[in-house]
Design a binder for this molecule. Structure first.
Ligand SMILES: Nc1ncnc2c1ncn2[C@@H]1O[C@H](COP(=O)(O)OP(=O)(O)OP(=O)(O)O)[C@@H](O)[C@H]1O
Ligand SMILES: [Mg+2]
Length: 215
């Protein structure tokens, strides 16, 4: 990112959410984004992942200038290289846990059922394959969202509070899953977290304060 800012227009004027953000994340690096509620962490993650566009500045992802790419090009880039765990999960409400996890593979024209079953077993949901999201607890939905993000074995993984609502043991299992992929594949992981233990396990922490990166 180079000189990135994000401003939104509100009825009573412009609101600056992010200002003057420049940063580099190297392949294989694991970076935590930390900061108070409302400091801009989710907005920053969305810009890094090409889900949102900056108001000014440049964002390069996997060698491509996403600030200058149209929605189709950004979608293709995300499908090729990126996994994303959303803060509010964003599961498909009418699809089972198994189908939610298989979906990104099926969108690529692959059969995803076996891989989805294995991933759900890995996050402890082997007995919940056919539950709809509304039949799952909050923490279980979160684990489905994480399994889905891993389904395509992305080279770059973005996760927004992946252990936020989980108990310590489940959180630890998710953490292991998050970092376990690294050994074999050198996955780049960018994770927003309030969990100090998870942040400490990353190579580096970026701290946001009211839309600016602290030195
Ligand atoms: N589309 C939008 N329109 C107006 N304001 C927005 C918009 N998106 C975010 N904001 C504001 O920008 C600020 C940063 O939001 P963001 O979601 O990035 O915070 P966060 O650091 O992820 O917080 P949390 O830890 O609570 O998830 C907040 O004050 C929020 O109200
Ligand atoms: Mg957030």
């Amino acid at each position: 990112m180079r000189g990135v800012g994000k401003t939104v227009a509100l009825p009573d004027g412009a609101l600056t959410i992010l200002d003057g953000i420049s940063l580099d994340i190297a392949p294989g690096e694991r970076v935590a984004i930390v900061g108070e509620s409302g400091s801009g962490k989710t907005t920053l993650l969305s810009l890094l992942a090409g889900l949102d566009l900056p108001s000014r500045g440049e964002v390069w992802l996997d060698g491509e200038p996403i600030h200058a790419s149209d929605e189709d090009a950004r979608a293709a880039l995300r499908a090729r290289a990126v996994g994303f765990v959303f803060q509010n999960f964003q599961l498909m409400p009418a699809m089972s846990a198994l189908d939610n996890v298989a979906l990104p593979l099926e969108l690529r024209g692959e059969s995803g059922t076996d891989a989805a079953r294995a991933l759900l077993q890995q996050v402890g949901l082997g007995q919940r394959l056919h539950h709809l999201p509304r039949q799952l607890s909050g923490g279980e939905q979160q684990r489905v969202a994480i399994a889905r993000a891993f389904a395509t074995r992305p080279r770059i993984l973005f996760a927004d509070e992946p252990t936020g609502n989980l108990d310590r043991r489940t959180g630890q299992a998710i953490e292991d899953l998050l970092f376990g992929m690294d050994d074999a594949r050198a996955t780049t992981v960018v994770v927003v977290t309030h969990d100090e233990r998870l942040a400490a396990r990353c190579d580096r922490q970026l701290r946001l304060d009211a839309g600016r990166l602290l030195p």
